[in-house]
Design a binder for this molecule. Structure first.
Ligand SMILES: *Cc1c(COP(=O)(O)O)cnc(C)c1O
Length: 490
């Protein structure tokens, strides 16, 4: 991103240890070099620099997949040069995306017969999927208002204050007011009662989250559907529901098949899911499916023919890679329903290991629920001496990337640590993590008691070198972490 900041006090040139065997001059950092360099030098320079990135497998901040089978890696590499949009040239890739859309729509109980085809599209991720779903709602609402001779200047969307940033993006980019139901201490998801109270004639949809980013908790879509149906009947409106199942869409069907959250509920008109989260594919794939053809306004679909035959497209981007779609198809056929279920069960098992380990320390409150996304969100029972931010920073020392953040409004005074459990997080890593958390917490407590002992001895609370040192370390880590990350959770 052009507006990203760079580390200020660095040299304007890149120097490299091993690559100096190949090149003797340093490279400018922000200016394209005048001359080419040998390919092995370029490779060495970049891979040396990338060594300083964190290890993706230890990045417990993110839902996004960091491991796939080598066979799938092979398929990805062999399709890396295929542009997905060239559907005429790569009809098989297009066919695979269509199969994925149909599998997902059926997994989410779209009302369709054996021979019907689903309405949906592969995207770069849930963010693009949500932009498309939001646009469809906005367009449908506008068309209806126009046909009734009513104004359509002030569309709004109702969500919880716990929504992922992409909803705020949608609202700002596409000029829709975001009406947020505030969360509160002890209840960190959208309250359906309050959401329905916020609904008015300008509401294009209520967005419920299946798997809140903050705590992994599922919002009560069934109750929302009930309350909204009643409100629609009373008012004559037909406000629909979108389910943001970015993280939960590939969890709930396997772990909680009886949970009603999807197209089984009549007001749910579209659902997005991230293929690169629990869909188990590397970053770069999401999906949006609509209940029926009628829920996607025709005028949003473009028909192009300059690459060959007529192609309907409904995406924000034109060109993109094919690999992720192919990888998604691989996971679907490789794992099947039972395979996904096993993976999710395993993740849940590791959540429980971690939960028990943390409970045993007696220092944490577990905020996340047992039913939800496989993650553990927890807060400190006592933050008077050190905070979850200190723990997060100290854990970087061991390579763990575990974000600490404050809850959304009106629960900002609560801060939590969140550990996302993915397929590649093993039981032994869970044990290791618990040991490291205990170590970090003990160290901080020891430093604190040493500090208070020396205070007691000297009787001078201000002259406290241990505490100063601790503070210095904390400050260093904070700066280090802030310099590294763009946002805490994704
Ligand atoms: C991750 C996430 C998103 C954004 O999804 P991307 O696939 O990263 O674009 C949106 N909503 C929720 C609830 C999420 O967890």
């Amino acid at each position: 991103m052009v507006i990203s900041s760079t580390i200020a006090d660095y040299d304007q040139n890149l120097h490299s240890t091993f690559a100096s065997r190949y090149v003797r001059t340093s490279l400018p950092r922000f200016k394209m070099p005048d001359q080419p360099i040998p390919k092995d030098a370029a490779y060495q320079i970049i891979s040396d620099e990338l060594m300083l990135d964190g290890n993706p497998r230890l990045n417990l901040a993110s839902f996004v997949t960091t491991w796939m089978e080598p066979e799938c890696d092979k398929l990805i590499m062999s399709s890396i040069n295929k542009n997905y949009v060239d559907m005429d040239e790569y009809p098989v890739t297009t066919e695979l995306q269509n199969r994925c859309v149909n599998m997902i729509a059926r997994l989410f109980h779209a009302p369709m017969g054996e021979d019907d085809t689903a309405v949906g599209v592969g995207t770069v991720g849930s963010s693009e999927a949500i932009m498309l779903a939001g646009l469809a709602f906005k367009r449908k609402w506008q068309a209806k208002r126009k046909s009734q001779g009513k104004t359509c200047d002030n569309p709004n969307i109702v969500t919880g204050s716990n929504v992922q940033v992409c909803w705020e993006k949608f609202a700002r980019y596409f000029e829709v007011e975001l009406k947020e139901v505030k969360v509160k201490e002890g209840y960190y998801v959208m309250d359906p009662v309050k959401a329905v109270e916020l609904v008015d004639e300008n509401t294009i949809c209520v967005a419920a989250i299946l798997g809140s980013t903050m705590t992994g908790e599922f919002e009560d879509v069934k109750l929302l559907n009930e309350l909204l149906t009643k409100k629609n009947e009373e008012t004559g409106w037909d406000v629909p529901i979108h389910v943001d199942a970015a993280s939960g869409g590939f969890v709930a069907p396997f772990l909680y098949p009886d949970l009603e959250w999807d197209f089984q509920l009549p007001l749910v008109k579209s659902i997005n899911v991230s293929g690169h989260k629990y869909g188990l594919v590397y970053a770069g794939v999401g999906w949006v499916v609509w209940r029926t053809k009628d829920d996607l306004p025709d005028e949003l679909v473009f028909h192009i023919n300059y690459l060959g035959s007529d192609q309907p497209t409904f995406t924000l981007n034109f060109s993109k890679g094919s690999s992720q779609i192919i990888a998604q198809y691989y996971q679907f056929i490789r794992l099947g329903f039972e395979g996904y279920k096993n993976v999710m069960k395993n993740c849940n098992g590791n959540v429980m290991v971690l939960k028990e380990g943390l409970e045993k320390t007696g220092r944490f409150n577990i905020i996340s629920k047992d039913v939800g996304i496989p993650l553990l969100a927890f807060s400190l029972k006592d933050s008077s001496r050190y905070t979850v931010f200190d723990i997060s920073e100290s854990l970087r020392r061991f390579g763990w990337i575990i974000p600490a953040y404050t809850m959304p409004p009106d629960a900002q005074h609560i801060s939590v640590l969140r550990v996302v459990i993915r397929e590649d997080f093993s039981h032994s890593l869970a044990d290791r993590l618990i040991a490291d958390i205990v170590k970090v917490v003990n160290e901080m407590e020891d430093a604190q008691s040493a500090a208070s002992m020396s205070r007691a001895r000297n009787g001078t609370p201000s002259d406290d070198s241990t505490r100063e040192m601790q503070r210095g370390i904390t400050k260093y880590w904070r700066r280090f972490v802030q310099g590294k990350k763009t946002s805490s959770v994704c």
